[in-house]
Design a protein around this ligand. Structure first.
Ligand code: KMT
Ligand code: NI
Length: 177
């Protein structure tokens, strides 16, 4: 996993947009993000992912492939919607099985922090954190998505409403503590 400030320049979101300013795991921890690595080829990885999910009350999971061949005509629309800045009322787990992509998360100063996610990376984003996702120039990622509850899974795009959302407010309070 490679973590850095996004350069905030316009252009194709699939390009690296590396500002040249690297960040480290403690920066992610300070945002309430947890990170683990479980190599998909390792025999114990599936069990470890499952026990982590059980311990955190995850009820279900699915697997998603984001690529032009898996998504056909809706590919570009999907990419655009993943890249809309949003939050969820539950934490979200993403476990990368194949390919790679970028998770952008807002830090406490509202700067975009870019996380390059690769096979074996498991990222836990806390409820209420603003984020977005894109594939990289290879246009291919295969990932497991784990859900705590179905109903709260909706992506809430950043707006005045999310600013007033209780989960968002709890997240901001926790970061300030
Ligand atoms: C998200 O939350 O943006 C996604 O689920 C994107 C696909 S996971 C690689
Ligand atoms: Ni999301």
């Amino acid at each position: 996993m490679h973590i850095f400030y996004h350069d905030d320049k316009p252009g194709d979101c699939r390009l690296p947009h590396d500002s040249g300013i690297p960040l480290s795991l403690p920066h992610l921890s300070s945002l309430g993000i947890h990170y683990h690595t479980f190599p998909p080829a390792h025999p114990s990885s599936a069990t470890q992912v499952s026990s982590l999910a059980t311990a955190r009350n995850y009820a279900s999971r699915d697997e998603i492939t984001v690529s032009p061949s898996a998504m056909g005509a809706s590919y570009e629309d999907k990419i655009r919607s993943f890249y809309e800045e949003h939050m969820h009322e539950d934490e979200e787990i993403r476990y990368i099985l194949k390919g790679s992509g970028y998770f952008d998360v807002r830090d406490t100063e509202d700067r975009w922090v870019r996380i390059k996610a690769e096979p074996g990376d498991l990222i836990i984003l806390p409820a209420g954190i603003y984020h977005r996702f894109t594939v990289d120039e290879d246009n291919y990622i295969n990932a497991m998505r784990l859900f705590q509850t179905q109903p709260k899974w909706a992506a809430l795009n950043r707006s005045e409403e999310t600013e007033a959302n209780e989960c968002r407010k709890n997240y901001v309070r926790a970061r300030a503590a």
